[in-house]
Design a binder for this molecule. Sequence first.
Ligand SMILES: [Zn+2]
Length: 218
Amino acid sequence: MAVFNKILSKRKMENAIYDETVNAGHGWMRLIKKGQVFRIVDVKGNQAADTTFFRGEDPEDHYDAVVTIRNQNNIYLSTGTTLYSQDGIGLMKIIADTCGRHDTLGGSCSAQSNTVRYSRDIRHMHNCRDTFMLQLALNRDGYEYSKRDLNPNINFFMNVPVTPEGGLKFEDGVSAPGYYVEMEALTDTVVLISNCPQLNNPCNAYNPTPIRLLIWEE
Ligand SMILES: [Zn+2]
């Protein structure tokens, strides 16, 4: 039986310096300064927030799932997890989490993965990779982000259990309305999110819904 480590935050939403809702199918990209605290809320439950990170001082250095998994000896992300960059620098640390477990193995949906997993008919459906690419093109503030900067991401709130045989399963979510994950920036970090528009995967009960993003100064 999986162990879910649910830790509540003491921060109040009314004290946040930033509060925005992002609908399914939309993206978001923003710099979180060192020491600031960032929260993603799964407003209606069972949504997948595809997320990756770039180091503010050197955007060529991005979130790295392998370094993160190896450093904590666990494949699931939750409170206490430090999210590491490819160069081994801690970008974010998860400090509260009412969902209890997040995936970083399943990757994001794309035209290619939709074709392989579901059918060729849906290759033109909106997907997370398209949202990531659009956000990278819109946010070239001092750095020319391109598809080469994309990397295996985190799927916050998504349930991808690993079987005893090592298989990956995409299942109905373990999240619920209002569940959230909160993280502190250990260094200036650019956050890139695609709020997944996926209609073919049971992880969101075939019903993509909004996420809410909040930032606190500390
Ligand atoms: Zn997706």
